[in-house]
Ligand binder design. Sequence first.
Ligand code: PLP
Length: 426
Amino acid sequence: MAYGFDTLQIHAGARPDPATGARQVPIYQTTAYVFRDAEHAAALFNLQEVGYIYSRLTNPTVAALQERVATLEGGVGAVCCSSGHAAQIMALFPLMGPGLNVVVSTRLYGGSITQFSQTIKRFGWSATFVDFDDLDAVAAAIDDNTRAVFCESIANPGGYITDLDAVAKIADAAGLPLIVDNTSATPYLCRPIEHGATLVVHSMTKYLTGNGTVTGGVVVDSGNFDWSASDKFPSLSEPEPAYHGLKFHETFGPLAFTFHGIAIGLRDLGMTLNPQAAHYTLMGIETLSLRMERHVLNAEKVAGWLESHPTIEAVTYAGLASSPYHDRVARICPKGAGGLFTIALKGGYDACTRFVDSLELFSHVANLGDTRSLVIHSASTTHRQLSPEQQTAAGAAPNVVRISIGIEDAADIIADLDQALTKAHG
Ligand SMILES: *Cc1c(COP(=O)(O)O)cnc(C)c1O
């Protein structure tokens, strides 16, 4: 039977514990698992049998979460990682190599821009940044050394919506996987695989856990990409020396990327999610749809109110009729444009810092996707490492404040913003 989203967010990946009947997924706080015998151990190590060896690779609590997120995203498998940034490296790792590049959107989470523009160079990888609203530029940026295309569904922090169908078409024509960071939308609002994405990554730190308790990430595989169609992805299509010449794609078919992520990625990079964190995220996901509905409802009310406020120059929320992305919302994220947007203050940088310091209900933190309303002045914090041009391109100009709308009473959120805006411009 095909269950709906609200049912799957509670039940996918979870079954009564075979040992005790425990209804909730137990926290398997264990490092290792006893082998039945030497033959069983050898089969597990040869990847001839699937089972638990050591928790850097697999753990039953983490496995339940992997199955749940994969199901909600409509993928065939998933690999959980220790953070959203770890998930991004884990997504690229099987595809990339020295001298190869990834084509990425200029509109990304600030930390992702730094990761892609600076740190991945240490691996000999590079990123080509393009405006993903300029589809010709995306196609033109792809060259013989490109191995992936990367963007966010609802881009953090500006609330831009990427035309995933159009970008997927370009990646497909070039024989490349499209990787979509779906953190800000969650699978409740957007299902990138239905729009042609090959891989979906998340910072589970945000809405999936939902209450600011966990750092975690996940890579979901659609299972739709033919890794053997070209010679571009030898890690997946060619013999793997570390497993006696096993070919991941030939052996595991649509699960090749997931198996590679566990057997090579987690084994050797070790960016493993711990079972306690997986437990918190499983609990969070049980109420994902309810929270996202409220985040959207509140964001729509607050963004509409802010738009008509005399001290506000602009509100980027794609859910507003005035947004250039409004039409895309209906196609890409039909249940709403999320709970994250930016506002530009007429008073500039100084008004922004006074505004942030005057808020009382809002917390000034470097996080988003919490039950609580959060605020940050990106230009002085998360986007501080970027040049002014990069800041503006990323939607984080000096007079811009990012707001993550919580699930409190909308009237209380608005009252707090109102008093702080008055103080900021007083
Ligand atoms: C937070 C975030 C990340 C990074 O995730 P961490 O869990 O902090 O490592 C990546 N992408 C987006 C869109 C984010 O919001």
